[in-house]
Design a protein around this ligand. Structure first.
Ligand SMILES: *[C@@H]1O[C@H](CO)[C@@H](O)[C@H](O)[C@H]1NC(C)=O
Ligand SMILES: *[C@@H]1O[C@H](CO)[C@@H](O)[C@H](O)[C@H]1NC(C)=O
Ligand SMILES: *[C@@H]1O[C@H](CO)[C@@H](O)[C@H](O)[C@H]1NC(C)=O
Ligand SMILES: *[C@@H]1O[C@H](CO)[C@@H](O)[C@H](O)[C@H]1NC(C)=O
Ligand SMILES: *[C@@H]1O[C@H](CO)[C@@H](O)[C@H](O)[C@H]1NC(C)=O
Ligand SMILES: *[C@@H]1O[C@H](CO)[C@@H](O)[C@H](O)[C@H]1NC(C)=O
Length: 754
């Protein structure tokens, strides 16, 4: 299972736990290393974690800190990668968590709502040393809801949300008194604390994840090959919440999986977890009444995490876990002091080396009491900017017109591809259109930047579509005249436009190549060979900084090739021989549709006669996605950054699959769909087809959210502006239409009660 949190494949983890003395060895290519973090292990700064291009990671523990430095200086100079806006330098890998926090601009990005609460918490965890490779320092996430009992959950009621300014142990006033008393009346020699247990320990991580491998095995290894007493096994979410509100020995917070991994609640391996005292066998985790299935729970819990109630208090929880209330007098005041051995710098194991029994006892103690993350800041964390403040338009202008603009091109050829690359950092935001006769145009605004579109506002303002000008007449007309295979049906998947609008990739040529054209000059810049038969479809991943991305080409030869597009060199292929990075096999028929998700390192492809396959970007075949009998001929695929996948099949059939291949929802519509799009959070699906009607659906259950008035021509292609406020459709009549979109409004109207 690719871990959905940026970096790791879960399976890689067993290495760290099997390694002691069993001669395990591994080999990693320097060229594949993307990020290097120095880490703590058992509170000592002696470890290193290395993240690879294929989303795996590995953690090493060394004898001492000088060795760690030496190793960092021998490794490639990649810093902590490119995601956090930090220079790729060795000094960054060696920087302390606090320095990393200070020099990165992720806090500003979170405040400005460019990244989600989930992403920001993952960032804080990662720089504070929390990792999926060490159960003792597993990433920690907050409980955010308090209602796990009722049939209905209303996310507009503050009372359903936890008070994030208090540690989990201080939420229940009665129990808080108990902890305060313990602290006041402390009479042991060690420093006083409120809690003798921790919010995150290896044992609590295994407790939550006991139903899935490799954690089941870790659990059994750690507990004499037995599951826990059924009373103590994780058996119900409401029960766990109650327990951590009442039991004086339970102050567990959550782990990130509660926000993305429904599989953790299902006993799919059928383990015998015993009977509780009331005679009920422990099997799947019992869900709150408001969640019908694990996927509902995860989706709603995640929605709660991203809600306004959490957004405006999350900085207070950050203060407790990573910030100024983590230690010292502020911690004492906030009822937030844990066993002294959980804190960084509390013990120097090296100095105990001469006393092996004490050394081992201390080591064992650190393992069992848990570890507090590295402290990232010693002053209050700034709050998130309010949504109102950032995008007043979102609330002001509720009754916007649906259609902003219609732009007719002189040629009547259907517009089969549109790319609305309107990112503010582009020197020239534009809408690139390509017609069925392979005439293309880069449509720009009258001014070089769209009016009202300063960098500051760019993320929050709708584009002024009225001032868009068509630019494909006269001398600006560009046509791809190279010979295309006659049997190829030209559709939106035959084209890819790079994120900077400067290049157009086209397939379908009789010579089995696909080709790169400059959108500026119309010149052919590269011909890419590699397939044995005509190339039938192309896709690209979202771009990294610099415009680098993966390109996947599918062919009539039933294979797919994965390539790297270098945004700097404007070229496909990253090696002298120009060979693909990976060959993806498994189909028996012509490949007709494909989608690639770089965050998770997966490619999903569909063949003309079925099925759909999930591959890794390194060429491993993971699984086939199986819909019902009426879903056999895949035509369009879209995959969200969370790994959920929407597939459109011939004759109006849609399916929603989880990354692990579970069919989550299905619908049939009475239209021949030509284009589908997902909102960036993966929650909304937009469809358009021959009927000329744009429809918006809730992706989890295909509930219809909105239908636009019908157009007088069929829809052939669609794209979303960067701010998700404008939808551009390419029409069969040779025009483009710009629609106002408002996922937030539909969200408020339809999604607050469960
Ligand atoms: C990722 O790459 C490393 C080497 O760089 C390799 O050992 C590992 O098997 C790869 N994992 C996957 C899942 O491709
Ligand atoms: C964050 O820093 C990176 C690199 O310095 C920069 O490219 C990016 O624009 C910055 N983002 C913000 C929101 O300041
Ligand atoms: C299990 O829980 C029940 C009540 O919930 C209690 O009576 C029983 O003693 C517990 N058993 C153990 C072994 O903790
Ligand atoms: C139209 O496109 C051509 C070539 O891409 C460019 O030189 C010209 O400036 C564009 N015209 C406008 C008004 O943007
Ligand atoms: C589907 O739509 C067509 C016209 O668009 C209509 O004639 C037909 O009856 C519809 N079928 C169903 C099952 O609604
Ligand atoms: C699919 O269904 C899941 C579970 O109900 C939901 O979380 C997800 O948003 C849906 N969306 C996509 C794009 O698959």
């Amino acid at each position: 299972i690719p871990g959905q949190t940026q970096h790791t494949f879960h399976m890689q983890r067993d290495c760290t736990h099997l390694s002691r003395g069993c001669g395990l060895h591994g080999k990693w290519m320097f060229s594949e290393i993307r990020a290097v973090f120095t880490r703590r292990f058992l509170l000592q700064n002696t470890a290193l974690e290395i993240f690879m291009a294929n989303r795996t990671s590995v953690m090493f523990n060394f004898p001492d800190q000088p060795t760690v430095k030496k190793v960092v200086h021998s490794l490639p100079c990649v810093g902590v990668g490119t995601s956090y806006g930090l220079p790729q330098a060795r000094r960054i890998s060696l920087a302390t968590p606090r320095q990393l926090f200070k020099s990165s601009n992720m806090t500003q990005r979170w405040q400005r709502r460019e990244i989600s609460n989930f992403e920001y918490l993952m960032f804080l965890n990662t720089i504070a040393g929390r990792t999926f490779n060490d159960l003792n320092q597993y990433p920690v996430f907050p409980w955010v809801l308090t209602n796990y009992e009722l049939e209905e959950l209303d996310l507009t009621i503050p009372g359903n949300f936890r008070d994030l300014s208090k540690p989990i142990g201080a939420l229940n006033p009665k129990r808080a008194v108990f902890y305060a008393d313990r602290y006041e009346s402390w009479d042991e020699e060690t420093p006083p604390c409120h809690y003798t247990t921790h919010y995150s320990t290896a044992a609590s991580t295994l407790h939550w994840l006991v139903r899935i491998e490799p954690f089941t095995t870790f659990f059994l290894n750690a507990n004499g090959n037995k599951f826990d007493h059924p009373n103590r096994t994780f058996s119900g979410i409401a029960r766990s919440w109650r327990h951590c509100q009442r039991d004086t020995a339970d102050v567990k917070e959550l782990i990130p999986e509660f926000y993305y991994l429904p599989e953790m609640f299902v006993n799919s391996n059928g383990y015998c977890l015993g009977d509780r005292d009331d005679g009920v066998p422990v099997c799947d985790v019992e869900l709150p009444a408001w969640a019908k299935k694990p996927e509902d729970f995860v989706r709603i819990n995640r929605m709660a995490l991203e809600s306004e109630f959490v957004s405006c208090q999350l900085h207070q929880w950050i203060d407790l876990i990573f910030g100024y209330k983590q230690r010292g007098p502020e911690a004492a005041r906030a009822l937030n002091v844990f066993h002294y051995l959980t804190y960084e710098g509390s013990v120097n194991l090296d100095s105990l080396a001469s006393d092996p029994p004490l050394y081992e006892a201390t080591e064992a103690q650190i393992q069992s009491v848990g570890q507090t993350p590295s402290q990232l800041l010693i002053e209050p964390h700034p709050p998130r900017s309010s949504a109102m403040h950032l995008s007043p338009l979102m609330y002001k202008d509720q009754m916007q017109q649906d259609v902003i603009m219609v732009l007719k091109f002189p040629s009547n050829s259907p517009v089969t591809h549109v790319a609305a690359n309107t990112l503010p950092h582009l020197t020239l935001p534009a809408i690139v259109t390509i017609t069925c006769s392979r005439l293309f145009a880069v449509n720009r605004w009258h001014n070089t930047v769209a009016p009202g579109y300063s960098l500051e506002q760019a993320h929050h303002l709708p584009i002024e579509m009225d001032s868009l000008i068509a630019n494909n007449s006269g001398t600006n007309k560009r046509q791809i005249t190279d010979l295309v295979d006659q049997s190829i049906q030209i559709n939106t998947q035959c084209f890819v436009v790079t994120a900077d609008n400067r290049f157009i990739l086209v397939c379908g040529f009789w010579d089995k190549s696909f080709r790169v054209y400059s959108s500026d000059t119309g010149k052919l810049t590269q011909i890419v060979f590699g397939h044995w038969d005509v190339v039938t479809c192309l896709a690209r991943s979202e771009s990294y900084i610099g415009g680098d991305c993966y390109i996947v080409s599918g062919s009539r030869d039933a294979t797919l090739l994965l390539w790297y597009w270098s945004g700097r060199h404007h070229i496909i292929g990253d090696n002298p021989n120009n060979t693909p990075r990976a060959v993806l096999t498994g189909h028996d028929y012509e490949v007709v549709c494909v989608s690639v998700c770089a965050e998770l390192g997966i490619v999903i492809s569909g063949a003309k006669e079925g099925p759909c396959l999930v591959h890794t970007i390194t060429g491993d075949l993971l699984r086939a996605l199986e819909g019902s009998d009426s879903c056999v001929l895949p035509r369009l695929i879209s995959v969200s950054s969370e790994g959920h996948c929407i597939i459109y099949y011939d004759r109006g059939q849609f399916c929603n699959f989880s990354i692990n291949g579970k069919l989550l929802a299905q619908m049939e519509i009475n239209d021949s769909t030509r284009a589908i799009l997902l909102s960036s959070d993966g929650q909304n699906l937009v469809t358009g087809g021959d009927n000329g009607v744009v429809e918006v659906w809730q992706a989890c259950d295909f509930k219809q959210l909105y239908v636009y008035p019908g157009c007088d021509a069929g829809i052939r292609a669609m794209d979303l502006s960067h701010d998700q406020r404008t939808l551009i459709t390419g029409m069969a009549s040779g025009s483009i239409v710009a629609f106002n979109l408002d996922f937030n409004r539909w969200h408020f109207e339809h999604q607050n009660r469960y």
